[in-house]
Each structure stands twice: as structure tokens, then as C-alpha cells.
Write a protein that binds this ligand. Structure first.
Ligand code: DGJ
Length: 302
């Protein structure tokens, strides 16, 4: 156990800065795997692993401009580099392990890096948690725009992809196919016109909680949350959580660890002016009288 200081760029076990922004953590066979954006060099997504959430070993740049691509169904575009040689943007990568297929499946937000108009979801796949992922390409689920996103997996393996649609005005929930490689149903089009970004979901004591941010670019804003008795059930109205800057952060993902509920957020560098100085925060989440609360802490023992 060690203490993690919020708002600093944590180092990996080799002493290098961890670049895993807008990320996601899964537990697999004795390790936590942390995936996140790494915009340095020709990298897109990097992966670190840890047994205690504080000592992170760098494992691999799992998705890069050089990643293998593979076409798996109609009308996906396998573009990892633009025609002029520039990088595309792959934001907010999330990964789940599919027990039925034995594959690790990544969903990530695709933009061409020049404008913000592709608003697409991309999928990548790998046999191991930290191997080289094969890029299956991007598409618009049912033709919808798809920006900030997350994944959520039920204990029975059913999984959902959530993303901001209609220029971020609505938040869609899609049930995934059994192999997690496609969407099979639009389950919800939530909070139309509320412009929510950065969705993150966790089941706490049998109830589903979703945190989101408002839509102010990289600048932090008032976090909100909603809850539901089931992913496909009725979601509550949005309620405020944390302060007007969500304690200077934007949601990345929510995690249960050691019987505790944790919020992982990004503190974007210089409100986005300095992306590479972006750091991480972890705040405890508690449910009190049916309300979800975020506790501000400067540091946390994990
Ligand atoms: C807010 C999103 O949440 C981030 O992931 C990023 O896409 C910025 N917008 C870009 O302005």
C-alpha cells in the first residue's frame, strides 16, 4: 500500500511518467490493467499493470500508428494514420475481457485529429491483456455520432457501450453483441439536450450509478450523476456531485477495490492547454441516504 498524491503525474516502476489518460482499469488474473491515452510519439493507447493500484509496471503501447488492422465486417474504416501522414485521435480507450471468446476487446472514440466531426467508435482486439491489439476500425453505431464513451460489464458477461451522441446532446447506451465487437441494441437515449460527457458507470450495492461531466472542452465543470435499478431500466434525473469543478477533474472511470468505491478522474494540464501535463486524481465515492457523494482528498492510500 502506498499513498497516491492527487493532481500529480504518477510514475511507473521504472520512474517514468504514466501516460494513460481518459483511461480504464480492469482486474484480470491477479493484476489490475490500466489502459489510457498516450499521445506521445506514434502511440495511441498504453497499458500498465499493478497488483495494488499504486505500483504500476509499464507493459506495452498496445495501440499505435503501426498496429495491425483487420477488417471484420462491412463499413468500418481501418484508419490509424491520415493520408497526409498525421496521427488520428483515439480518446478514452476502455477494455473488457470477453469470457466466451477469450479476447480482450477495446472500444475507443475516434476522430481524425483535424476536426471533431467523425464522432465515431472504434474497436480493437487482442488475445492477451497487454499484447499488441489489432485495430478493427471505426464506425458510427446505427449511424449515430459517438464521442466520449465508456464500457460496462455485468457479472453474467452482458456488456454495454455508452457514448455521447448528437453533438454530445444525448447520452446513448448500447448493448453489445456476445463477442463485444458490435452494438446489438440502442437501449437508451438519455437526458436529451443535457450535453453530458465523460460517462463512467459502477454498480454499488445492487444499484447502477453513472457519473458524467458537462461539456466544456478540457476545462473542469460540475459533475452530475444518475442511478438506476438496472442498466436497461429507468435512469433517474441528473443530480450534482462534487463541486463546480468536480474537485478539478473530469471522470475517467469508477472502480470497486477492496470493498471501497473509487472515482478516477483526469486533471487535464492547464485546462487542456498543456495536455502532456495532465494528471490523475482518485477520490472516494460513498452512498449516503441513497445519494452518491464524492469526497475531496489531497492524497489517498489505496
Ligand atoms: C472533453 C472530452 O471529455 C475529452 O475527452 C476531450 O475530448 C475534450 N473534450 C476535447 O476538447
Amino acid at each position: 500500500m502506498a499513498i497516491v498524491k492527487n493532481g500529480t503525474l504518477w510514475k511507473d516502476t521504472d520512474g517514468n511518467e504514466i501516460h494513460a489518460h481518459g483511461g480504464y482499469i480492469i482486474w484480470h488474473e491477479g493484476y489490475y490493467y490500466w489502459y489510457g491515452e498516450d499521445r506521445r510519439e506514434n502511440w495511441y493507447v498504453s497499458c500498465y499493470r499493478s497488483q495494488n493500484l499504486t505500483d504500476w509496471e509499464f507493459r506495452n503501447h498496445v495501440l499505435t500508428t503501426e498496429s495491425e488492422t483487420c477488417s471484420y465486417r462491412v463499413r468500418t474504416k481501418q484508419i490509424l494514420v491520415n493520408a497526409d501522414g498525421s496521427k488520428v485521435n483515439l480518446e478514452r480507450p476502455k477494455v473488457l475481457y470477453n469470457k466466451k471468446t477469450g479476447k480482450f476487446v477495446m472500444w475507443v472514440h475516434f476522430e481524425n485529429g483535424k476536426d471533431y466531426q467523425d464522432a465515431a467508435a472504434a474497436v480493437a482486439i487482442c488475445d492477451t491483456p497487454d499484447g499488441d491489439f489489432t485495430y478493427l476500425g471505426h464506425f458510427n453505431p446505427y449511424g449515430y455520432m459517438s464521442r466520449d464513451c465508456t464500457l460496462f460489464q455485468e457479472e453474467d458477461g452482458t456488456a454495454y457501450f455508452l457514448s455521447a451522441a448528437r453533438d454530445n446532446a444525448d447520452l446513448h447506451v448500447y448493448r453489445l453483441t456476445e463477442d463485444y465487437l458490435n452494438v446489438e441494441k440502442v437501449v437508451h437515449r438519455l437526458w436529451q439536450g443535457e450535453y453530458r460527457e465523460a460517462p463512467a458507470v459502477l454498480k454499488i450495492e445492487g444499484r447502477y450509478y453513472m457519473m458524467t461531466s458537462a461539456c466544456t472542452g478540457w476545462a473542469p465543470n460540475q459533475g452530475k450523476y444518475a442511478s438506476a435499478a438496472a442498466m436497461e431500466g429507468e435512469w433517474s434525473m441528473l443530480r450534482e456531485i462534487g463541486d463546480e469543478t468536480t474537485y478539478h477533474s473530469q471522470p475517467a472511470f469508477l472502480l470497486e477495490h477492496d470493498g471501497k468505491y473509487l472515482y478516477f478522474g483526469d486533471r487535464w494540464g492547464g485546462n487542456g492547454d498543456c495536455y502532456f501535463a495532465s494528471s490523475y486524481v482518485v477520490y472516494p465515492l460513498i452512498v449516503e441516504n441513497g445519494e452518491l457523494k464524492l469526497q475531496y482528498v489531497e492524497e489517498i492510500e489505496l
